[in-house]
Structure formats: C-alpha cells, structure tokens
Design a protein around this ligand. Structure first.
Ligand code: C2E
Ligand code: MG
Ligand code: MG
Length: 617
C-alpha cells in the first residue's frame, strides 16, 4: 500500500546492477528513432518484454489501458507469467480508476491483506506495483510483479518512473491516432473498434444496438459564408450539442467533414430507438445552428440507422447499411431519420442497374432531348426547355423520373451533362440557321438543366467554351442553363464563380424549381441570374391553397422588382393561366401550353402557336 517502504533502497552492487538493467530497457526501447520506429503499442510491448528479461526477480509486467466503454479489461501488452490470461471485470477495474485518478503508484507486498485477489491469482509474484499513466483523454495502469519479496523496496520505485512517462507518451500518441483532433471525439478507427465490441455485447445480452450515421444538411453554407475557422467552431458546437443529448453508454464519433457516427447501446425495442433518433434531430433543430451570415437558415441533420442484430451483419456492412438509410433520409427531404431495411438494399441494387441502363443508352445514342415550349402569358413563344428522355426498346420513352438517381451522380452525370449541352447547342444552332425566330425576331431560347455534379465539375466551363466554338451559328444569349438549389448548397463559392464566368460568356442563367428549398431567397440575393422558375408544386397548388398562391405572387413580385424574368412551371389548366394573368408579365410552361415534344416537332409547333395567337388577337 504505502510506497514509503520503497523509498530507501539498499546500495549494494547487485541492486545497482539491477537498476542499470532496468534503465537499459528504457534506452533499448528508445534506441530506434521514434518517428520512424515503433508504434505506440509496440513501445509498450517492448517495455513489458524488456522488464521481464531485465531481472529474474521480475515475474511479469503488463499495461492495462482503461476504457469506460469496455465491459472487462485485459492487459493489452504483457510479458511474463500469467499476465496474458488476465481478465479484469468492471467491478475490479474500479480500483484501477481510483489509482489513475490519484496518479500515485501503489505497492502491494506479498503479505499485504489489501492486495486484490485478482492481482495474486495465477501469477508468480509476491510484491506488485501499479503505476498509473496516461493523458487526460486516455489513461492506463502499468502492473509489475516481482518474485522476490521486498524487491521494489530494494531497487526503488524511481527506476520505474521512466516507464510511466513512456506509457504517457505512448497513450497520448495512441489517443491522437484514435481521436478527431477538431472535436476530440473518437474517429472512424476507434468507432469501428467500439462497434465491434458493442455488437458482441449486444449479442451476449440479447439487446439491440443502433448504428447510425448523421450528416448535417447544408453545412457547406457555413464554411462558404463564414470561413473555415467558423466552420470548425460550428462542428465543435454540433459535437457538443449531440453529445449532450446522448445517454452515457452511447458513442459519438466524427468520421468525416460534417459526418458523425453514433452507437445507441442497450436498446430494448425499435420504438425506443425511434424516440432517440427523433430526440437527436429535435435537439439539432432547436440548437439554433444557423450560420452567422444567414440567421434565418437553420442547419439540420439527416440520420440513417441500422439495427444490430436484426441486421445481422459485420461492422463494415452495418456502416454501409446505415449509409444507405442516410441516403434515403437525405433523398426524402432531410431533417429526418430512416432505418435501414431490405428495400434500401434493393433500391441500391436497382440504382446500379439504372446507372448501367443509362450508360449503355448514352453509348447507343438513345438519350435524346424533348423540348417543352415556354411562352409569355398571352404572348409569343420565348423559348423551350430541353428535357432528357431515354429510348428503351421495351418500355418506350422514359422520363427522368425513371433514372433520376444518375442525373446528379458522379462521372455519369458529367457525361450526360456534356451530351445534353452538345445536343441542345446543335438543335439551337440548327433552328437559328433555319430562320426560326420569336415574333420579336430573337433567336429561340433553349434552356438546359445542369446538374450540381456537372456544374461543380472542373470540366464544365471548358465544355461550355468548346461547345460554343463548335457551334458558331448559335447565338450565345439564346442558351440558358437551369440550376437548382442543390449546387449552391454543395459549394456556394464555386457555383457563384462558375455562374459569373457563364455570364461573362454571354449565357443566361435560370434558377429552377424556385421556392422548394430552404435557402431560395438567400441564393436569389447571392447568385447572378436572369430567370426564376417558380416550382410547379406551388403553381399546381395555387388554385385551392392560399399559401401557395401567396408564394407564387410573392416570388413573382420579388422577381419583377429584381428585373428577372419569371417562368411559372407546371401550368396545367386554364384556371392556372387565369390566376397567373393577374400577376402580370409572367412566362408560362406547362401542359396548358404544350407537352414536351421531339426536337423535330418544335419549329412546326411554334409556327402553329403563333398562327393561332395571330388569329385570336
Ligand atoms: P424540371 O427542370 O423542373 O422540368 C420540368 C418538368 O416538369 C419536366 O419533367 C416537364 O415535363 C414537367 N412538366 C412540364 N409541364 C408540366 C405540367 O403542366 N404538369 C406536370 N405534371 N408536369 C409538367 P421531366 O421532363 O420529367 O423532367 C423532370 C426533371 O428531370 C426536370 O425538372 C429536371 O430537374 C430533370 N431533368 C430533365 N432533363 C434533364 C437534363 O437534361 N439534365 C438534368 N440534369 N436534369 C434533367
Ligand atoms: Mg428545368
Ligand atoms: Mg423545374
């Protein structure tokens, strides 16, 4: 118990030799340069092996790293008799936590009645010393057992203090490797380790374990608007907010930029898990997580969860399933959670099939463009929107709904975007050269939809320039790109720059599906644009829903004040037209005017429309 007894070592030669041998272990361990040399764990192992070899009086040496999440502790690095088989239960480990807190070594002599039974059992030692070591984020205990009674008193505990310091160093290094430096939360490696243990525990106790991935909705805005330092502080705050809503046994890790992983341990039924997920999202919603430059814009979270052992998979697969559920939560409109199910997996599988279908169709020239006219209300044709269609041998013409997943997905999105750009430019040039004009004598405007993936791709501007160069007969101002909120949500700064470059080339820019996202007005203020396209959901609803009408009229009004052209989309009926007439000066697009049609039909339709209009006026 008291280390006073160890403070007066005798000075005979053997003792000196032993001290030297012990210190030599230290110099051996440190001999290879640390940076290129052993990893932290290897250092601890070499200390143990070295100590046992240094003196026949030392029976065993081991390190126990304390972990509040572990259900029992085992020596992680050990040498000598009995140590490797050691098991320390949570109850027994309480003593180790006390020693770690006190940060003082404890010496037990062979006949010490206070020596814990688990320290004696099966071990060939009489005196045992427990050395606390560690950093604030992680702590451990070094245990050294001597065969010879009074050994530590003779040699002196000071000889071992260097091992404690090395333990500190090694554990700090290890903690650094397992922690996210920004938030101090476990990183992916530690999370996976905890996940494996938590699965074993859940199986043993027949409990459920929720494995979740959380992604912040719209976090990029914070970085874009407030800078990276603010983004970092924001993530730290999010970490604290989430942590405060968890139960003590749960784990929160940061595994990517704005991606967190969670373990909900000891769940007894699915509805308990649902309550936890709801609570977490509510806490995020209510934490007032708004970027400072956009106080009205809240940052929320999307959560994908899978449940072990209902989902009886290994750690990697559990993570993949949680990711699929997260994807579904995002696609479902964000600020919500989804629990993984077999259907997700089937959907992911279908996604692969669809990608393949589009890739093949693109290669075989079966991705074609239909055009839907846009007219000034009660006025002339101003342009047409190019809309993708896939010609499928069996199913006929497929609208984007059948392949929406690939429109904004990686390399294929860029290939599709390039194809649409080139095809639409060729059509527009052909119409221009053939003399097709609006009644005002302007070239017919052609609008193309540009996905976020393509707009943000480094190749985008180069492709635009090359396309314009290939089609000299095309009036640049007749080409309009339509973008949705998803691009600026991903990278506002980049989108802003790209759109400016497009404007400098003479292209027009339209903000599509306006009003559906949470930040539309913010983008209106930030992004250069010529046209606003009011989303069809509001247009469709405005005949019977006063709120939809209010939104349409407010957007129309704001757009007029800003000098933008306003296009109401999804104008299906005469009633819609009648209401929109009251808002003055709008353009309209929808079935009430014309359905999307093949490129070759558009010139004829335009002539017919103008003839009919002439006849009416
Ligand atoms: P969007 O850009 O908002 O296009 C308008 C959609 O509304 C088109 O659907 C059009 O056919 C449909 N629509 C037009 N008038 C009416 C109407 O009166 N009633 C109803 N119910 N619908 C109407 P479509 O062609 O199925 O395209 C859907 C979405 O797919 C487009 O929405 C656009 O986001 C995307 N998309 C289409 N073509 C492309 C493309 O070439 N590239 C990319 N990235 N996305 C595209
Ligand atoms: Mg569009
Ligand atoms: Mg739209």
């Amino acid at each position: 118990m008291d280390d006073e007894r160890a403070r007066a070592p005798s000075k005979d030669r053997t003792t000196e030799a032993e001290r030297l041998a012990i210190l030599e272990v230290l110099t051996d361990v440190l001999a290879p340069p640390l940076a290129a040399g052993p990893r932290a764990g290897q250092i601890l192992q070499r200390i143990c092996t070295g100590l046992v070899a240094a003196s026949p009086a030392i029976g065993f040496a081991y390190y126990v790293v304390l972990d509040e999440h572990a259900h029992e502790l085992r020596p992680e690095f050990s040498a000598g008799v009995g140590a490797p088989d050691m098991r320390i239960t949570r109850g027994q480990a309480a003593l180790l936590w006390v020693i770690a807190r006190e940060r003082r070594a404890r010496l037990y002599r062979a006949d010490d009645p206070l020596m814990p039974a688990w320290l004696q059992s099966g071990q060939d030692a009489s005196d045992v010393v427990l050395f606390p070591f560690g950093a604030p984020s992680a702590q451990g205990i070094g245990v050294v057992g001597a065969r010879e009674p009074g050994f530590f008193a003779r040699v002196g505990l000071e000889s071992f203090s260097a091992f404690t310091s090395l333990g500190d160093l090694a554990l700090t290094l290890r903690a650094l490797a397992l922690r996210d430096p920004l938030t101090g939360l476990p990183n992916r490696a530690l999370f996976l380790d905890r996940l494996i243990h938590a699965c074993a525990h859940a199986r043993r106790l027949e409990r459920l374990l929720g494995v979740a991935l959380l992604d912040l909705d719209g976090f990029k805005l914070v970085n874009d608007r407030d800078g990276h330092a603010a983004g970092d502080a924001f993530l730290q705050r999010v970490g604290r907010v989430i942590q405060s809503s968890l139960r003590p046994g749960d784990t929160l890790a940061r595994i990517g930029g704005d991606e967190f992983a969670l373990l909900f341990a000891d769940i007894s039924c699915l509805s308990d898990l649902e309550v936890l997920c709801e609570r977490l999202l509510k806490v995020l919603r209510e934490a007032g997580l708004a970027p400072s430059a956009a106080p009205g814009l809240a940052i929320t979270g999307s959560l994908g969860v899978t449940v072990f052992p209902l989902d009886d998979s290994d750690a990697d697969t559990l993570m993949r399933h949680a990711d699929l559920a997260l994807y579904a939560a995002k696609a479902g409109g964000r600020d919500q959670y989804r629990v993984h199910s077999v259907e997700f997996e089937e959907a992911a599988h279908r996604g692969l099939e669809i990608r393949e279908m589009v890739r093949v169709a693109l290669g075989e020239n079966r991705m074609i463009l239909y055009y839907q006219p846009i007219v000034r209300i009660d006025g002339p044709v101003v342009g047409a929107e190019a809309l993708l269609r896939l010609c499928d041998e069996e199913r006929g013409l497929l609208a984007p709904e059948a392949f929406a997943g690939v429109l904004d997905c990686g390399a294929l999105a860029c290939a599709l975007g390039r194809h649409v750009l080139e095809t639409a430019a060729a059509h527009a040039e052909r119409w221009m050269v053939s003399g097709l004009r609006t009644p005002e004598g302007l070239p017919l405007r052609v609008s193309i939809n540009v996905s976020a993936a393509y707009l943000l791709d480094p190749s985008f501007l180069g492709d635009i320039r090359a396309t314009l160069a290939r089609h000299p007969g095309l009036a640049v101002s007749a080409l309009e790109i339509e973008i949705t909120e998803s691009a600026p949500l991903r990278d506002l700064g980049n989108v802003h720059q790209t759109l400016r470059a497009c404007l400098a080339l003479g292209l027009r820019v339209a903000l599509d599906d306006f009003g559906t996202g949470s930040a539309s007005l913010t983008y209106l203020q930030k992004l250069p644009a010529h046209t606003l396209k009011i989303d069809q959901s509001f247009v469709r609803g405005m005949a019977h829903d006063a709120k939809d009408y209010a939104i349409v009229s407010a957007v129309a009004h704001a757009g007029h004040l800003l000098g933008l052209e306003i296009v109401a989309e999804g104008v299906e009926t005469d009633r819609h037209l009648e209401i929109l007439r009251g808002l003055g000066g709008l353009c309209v697009q929808g079935y009430a005017i014309a359905r999307p049609m093949p490129a070759d039909d558009l010139p004829r339709w335009c002539r017919m429309y103008e003839r009919r209009r002439g006849a009416h006026s």
